[in-house]
Design a binder for this molecule. Structure first.
Ligand code: RIB
Ligand code: CA
Length: 315
């Protein structure tokens, strides 16, 4: 039985790679892909979700959700890595669908339509949609099976400020609301996702360029490598979102610990910081599992295998 998932994404080239794998993984049934602003504006993120779907054209198209800005607006974007359009300024043509329901409504509808506890939300961007869905349907936290989130940092530094990871920093209030919710949550933080850097050898392992996925990734990956070299002097790319998808689909490759986490929502230096009570006698109640380690070589193998399967399945 394929695992039912909803992908909440702010594409972003690393989101796009995760989408390619998830949409064509026979072990996953992607019920919906819901856009959220982050790496790019909400409008652009919604457009990019449609672009990616049109480019890889999976046999089964999921429901799509339209992004809208967080209440306090987006403080930052990912253009320094992924260009003004979030997809490396590849300027794909897209036949935009006119009327898409808001992402939070699509999330609620899909969770309600499925049997209780059967849906995993894989949150790869700011948590705006998840928090709004919990307001729209207060039963959502107990109806959803699990929320697997890319975000935060436990003991390592942030990546958009010295203390904050990008997804949390974009909408700290929503992240705090989700952290406080009674849903079953797994957080995949930078402490783990920073451990993998894919080198240029990735291009030798992509599906043939005659395939939709092979062609699409050969378009969007070079700008990502350029962004990482320009921004960090790195000869490779991080794939935070694809690793998080692996944590959802191949949890046996990850080690998690129960933790009590919260989010700082104010402070010149610490807004968006994730804080965990790891005192000898913690006062905060555990509210999530946090990935603290992974079998990195096997995760990389699973990523490459997922991309190649996607290439074969999409044709
Ligand atoms: O900090 C990395 C996260 O922020 C990734 O999800 C990336 O796509 C951006 O959303
Ligand atoms: Ca993302």
């Amino acid at each position: 039985m394929a695992r039912k998932v909803i992908l909440d994404v702010d594409p972003g080239i690393d989101d796009a790679m995760a989408m390619c794998i998830a949409l064509l993984d026979p072990a996953l049934e992607v019920l919906a892909v819901t856009a959220v602003g982050g790496n790019c504006s909400p409008e652009q993120a919604t457009r990019n979700v449609q672009t990616i779907l049109e480019q890889i054209d999976p046999p089964y198209w999921p429901r799509l959700g339209a992004a809208s800005a967080p209440d306090d607006g987006l403080p930052v974007d990912g253009r320094h890595l992924y260009g003004n359009d979030g997809l490396g300024e590849t300027n794909f043509l897209v036949a935009e669908r006119q009327h898409l329901h808001p992402s939070e409504k699509v999330i609620c509808d899909q969770v309600r339509d499925a049997s209780e506890g059967s849906v995993t939300i894989v949150a790869l961007g700011p948590l705006t949609n998840i928090a709004r869905a919990m307001i729209l349907d207060p039963e959502l936290p107990s109806l959803v099976g699990e929320i697997v989130m890319m975000g935060g940092a436990v003991s390592g530094p942030g990546n958009i400020t010295p203390t904050a990871e990008f997804n949390i920093y974009c909408d700290p209030a929503s992240a705090r609301a989700v952290f406080h919710s009674r849903s079953t949550k797994t957080l995949v933080p930078l402490d783990v996702t920073n451990r993998i850097v894919l080198s240029y050898d990735l291009f030798n392992q992509l599906p043939d360029e005659s395939t939709k996925v092979g062609r699409f990734l050969r378009e969007v990956l070079p700008p990502a490598f350029r962004g990482y070299r320009r921004q960090f002097g790195l000869e490779g790319i991080h794939v935070h979102d694809t690793i998080t998808l692996m944590a959802a689909a191949h949890g046996e490759l990850f080690t998690t610990e129960e933790m009590a986490g919260d989010v700082e929502t104010s402070g010149d230096l610490t807004t968006g910081m994730t804080v965990f009570d790891r005192r000898r006698v913690p006062a905060w109640r555990h509210n999530m599992d946090v990935a603290v380690d992974m079998r990195a070589d096997e995760v990389i193998d699973a990523i490459i295998s997922g991309i190649r399967t996607a290439g074969a399945k999409a044709g």
